[in-house]
Ligand binder design. Structure first.
Ligand code: BEZ
Length: 210
């Protein structure tokens, strides 16, 4: 099943390194990141999971729960967690789903058979408090993801969920943002009485609202 932005992220039950969960209960009312990695005891995955653990305070600050997934068994997850701590300097601090029967991977289209029919690709879903998919991406097994970019996307999503703005190319928190086209100039004047920069009528730039 292909999941699109705006679709409800499917519910499931699964065993994880932090116990059995029902996904919708686990993420209830929160932002969530669900990501797959191809296989335990592999080098790129080891670096990704160490770095994601390092970012725990950043995810917490944004009210985001993180879940990882691979199609390995729960007993393998526990053994591999020691390697992650020892080699990356950060102990695993989020649940890792043991999807050995590929139920969740299939539900979320994380297996791309022309890449591999046994391992998941590197998929990321960012899910909103309404349980809808806000962002998804797929990377091949050979390319480690940039989890700082995932945080940047979450910052943009959380900003645009609160204000009628969009974020421009390469935006970083604190930089100027764009008033979305659906907002008329009249409505924009009420929110931004000091005005905006408009190099074109459709390109209205304001400081980031807080
Ligand atoms: C890795 O994490 O290094 C990896 C996993 C599966 C295939 C290729 C690389």
């Amino acid at each position: 099943m292909t999941l699109h932005i705006g679709d409800v992220a499917p519910d499931f039950e699964a065993d994880t390194t932090e116990g059995h969960i029902r996904f919708h209960d686990y993420i209830d009312g929160k932002w969530a990141v669900l990501f797959s990695h191809p296989k335990n005891f592999t080098p790129v995955c080891t670096t990704e999971l160490g770095y994601t653990s390092k970012l725990k305070d950043e995810f917490d600050k944004r009210g985001v729960v993180v879940l990882g997934l691979s199609v390995d068994a729960l007993s393998d997850h526990a053994k591999w967690a020691d390697d992650i701590r020892e080699t990356q300097g950060y102990a695993l601090n989020f649940p890792l789903i043991a999807d050995h029967d590929k139920t969740v991977a299939t539900l979320y289209d994380m297996i791309h058979p022309n890449a591999s029919d046994t391992m998941t690709v590197r998929t990321v879903f960012v899910i909103g408090p309404d349980k809808k998919v806000k962002m998804s991406l797929n990377y091949p097994a050979s390319t480690g993801r940039n989890f700082d970019e995932i945080l940047r996307v979450i910052d943009s999503l959380q900003l645009t969920a609160q204000h009628k703005v969009a974020t421009p190319v390469n935006w970083k928190p604190g930089e100027d943002v764009i008033i979305v086209p659906a907002v008329s100039d009249e409505e924009a004047r009420q929110k931004y009485p000091e005005g905006w920069k408009a190099p074109r009528p459709y390109l209205r730039i304001v400081p980031q609202p807080h």
